[in-house]
Design a protein around this ligand. Structure first.
Ligand code: CTP
Length: 451
């Protein structure tokens, strides 16, 4: 019996796939089809696969062409499979010509002509040619633009910026073409907004009123009344309003949450998150204040994310200690917030123009999770126990700091007309509450206050 094996993602199964499978099957008596797992696809740069692994397997099964279906999960697995299943022929489309010659050592390698004019990428891009617009003054917009190239159907076509000094040449040129925010909105369908949070409410409200989908750099706004108004408006207008904390979209971070929920460290008793950066420029002119976010705006949402996602949002009270660079503009250089929950505690430290060890530690009754700096864009973490030989290390590749996964989730939410669930509504609202309480407290006293 001649055994043939072939591999693919088979997203939105199409005629090209079926023709490939038919010809692969005709090469022998028994066809094994390897369907690529999502994680493995991500590591090889395929990030916007639409269907789940189970849906893709079902589609391949439904063709009736595969005698056996396996899942491809890691690099190098093909050699293992060929040996394990006693494969005689490895078949693959001609778009891979030459790439798998190394398998000739184990079996015969056949490249089959690729069917012209059809691909999953093209099918995914259909109905998705979105005009994408960027709003803000921060250099981070340059990264968003770079990362948007990895997402099918997303092209930056307009920029609105009050001060484009930190933007790339291309974004600056686009910004120069747009005089008013209203004119900017007319040119786009989807926006990413990273303007100073004090401007978020007005800008996001207008965008939602005009039926634009909004991905915002957290926080959404600075008080809960505004939060409720904006989220209700998005619902009414049937548009997506999505929080963009890139950490939430990183594979390592989401796996870490699952491991904690499954009890790997027992009951969680404490979450400690520190986020700092050295980029604050110490001069308080107006342009600078427009561009620079204070510590609590810039880092608060990221640091609060694991606290609220792991311990929930029902804390009893919090204690804030802070030091200010500019009290009039509420620019805090460094702040520390301690939370008391019914059965746990948490603390976040955020700093701008301050440097500290940016790690995340989650302590439990059986062990603890240690995520080394910079934990907010991590690929790696450890679960540590009393007995060090029980320690476990986890690694998940992170491309583009999580930004491209965030953009894919945004576009998918728009296409499916359903917001993703990476960051729960309750968490977003709790983040806004911290911003609101912080502002109110700052107005009353200078340093060290209990809310
Ligand atoms: N294939 C083919 N003809 C096409 C598309 C795919 O013969 N028009 C073959 C590929 O060469 C591969 C198999 O089908 O052997 C599975 O390919 P896959 O990567 O899943 O499909 P694509 O349509 O190429 O997906 P994408 O656009 O995401 O790269």
């Amino acid at each position: 019996m001649i055994k043939v094996i072939t591999y693919g993602t088979y997203d939105l199964l199409h005629y090209g796939h079926i023709r490939l499978l038919e010809r692969a099957k005709a090469l022998g008596d028994y066809l094994i089809v390897g369907v690529t797992a999502d994680d493995y696809d991500k590591t090889r740069g395929k990030i916007d696969v639409q269907q789940s692994l189970m849906e893709r397997i079902e589609a391949v099964r439904a063709t009736g062409l595969a005698d056996e279906i396996i899942v491809e999960e890691y690099e190098g697995q093909k050699i293992d499979d060929i040996k394990r299943y006693g494969v005689d022929i490895f078949a693959i489309g001609s778009d891979w010509k030459g790439k798998f010659d190394y398998l000739n050592e184990y079996c015969k390698v056949v490249y089959l002509d690729r069917t012209q004019g059809v691909s999953s990428t093209e099918i995914r891009a259909k109905g998705r040619d979105f005009r994408f617009g960027l709003v803000g003054e921060v250099a981070f917009l340059n990264k968003i633009e770079e990362e948007s190239h990895y997402v099918s159907g997303l092209a930056v076509e307009a920029v609105y910026s009050k001060d484009s000094t930190l933007l790339s040449k291309r974004l600056r040129a686009l910004a120069a073409l747009t005089s008013t925010y209203e004119a900017f909105l007319d040119k786009v369908d989807l926006i990413y907004i990273a303007s100073n949070p004090v401007r978020h409410f007005d800008q996001i409200k207008l965008a939602l009123e005009r039926g634009k989908h909004v991905l915002y750099e957290s926080p959404l706004c600075l008080c809960r009344k505004e939060y409720d108004e904006l989220t209700a408006l998005a619902r009414r207008n049937g548009v997506v309003l999505m929080e963009g904390i890139k950490t939430a979209f990183a594979t390592a971070y989401s796996r870490l949450l699952l491991l904690i929920k499954s009890g790997k460290i027992g009951e969680v008793v404490s979450v400690d998150a520190t986020c700092t950066s050295l980029k604050a420029i110490r001069q308080a002119d107006d342009a600078w204040l427009e561009r620079e976010w204070n510590s609590i705006y810039a880092w608060g949402p990221t640091a609060l994310l694991p606290v609220f996602q792991i311990l929930g949002t029902e804390y009893r009270y919090k204690h804030v200690s802070t030091s200010f660079l500019d009290k009039t503009h509420h620019f805090d250089l460094f702040s520390k917030i301690d939370f008391i929950f019914p059965h746990a505690v948490a603390s976040i430290k955020v700093g701008k123009g301050i440097k500290s060890e940016g790690c995340l530690i989650i302590s439990g009754t059986k062990g603890y999770v240690y995520v080394p700096a910079p934990w907010w864009k991590t690929e790696y973490f450890e679960i540590r126990y009393e007995n060090a030989s029980d320690n476990k290390r986890y690694f998940y590749q992170l491309d583009g700091e999580g930004i491209r996964y965030e953009l894919v989730a945004f576009v998918n939410s728009v296409v499916m007309k359903k917001r993703d669930t990476y960051i729960e509504d309750g968490v977003s609202r709790a983040i806004v509450k911290v911003m609101e309480d912080f502002q109110n407290a700052v107005n009353q006293t200078e340093i060290d206050f209990v809310i």
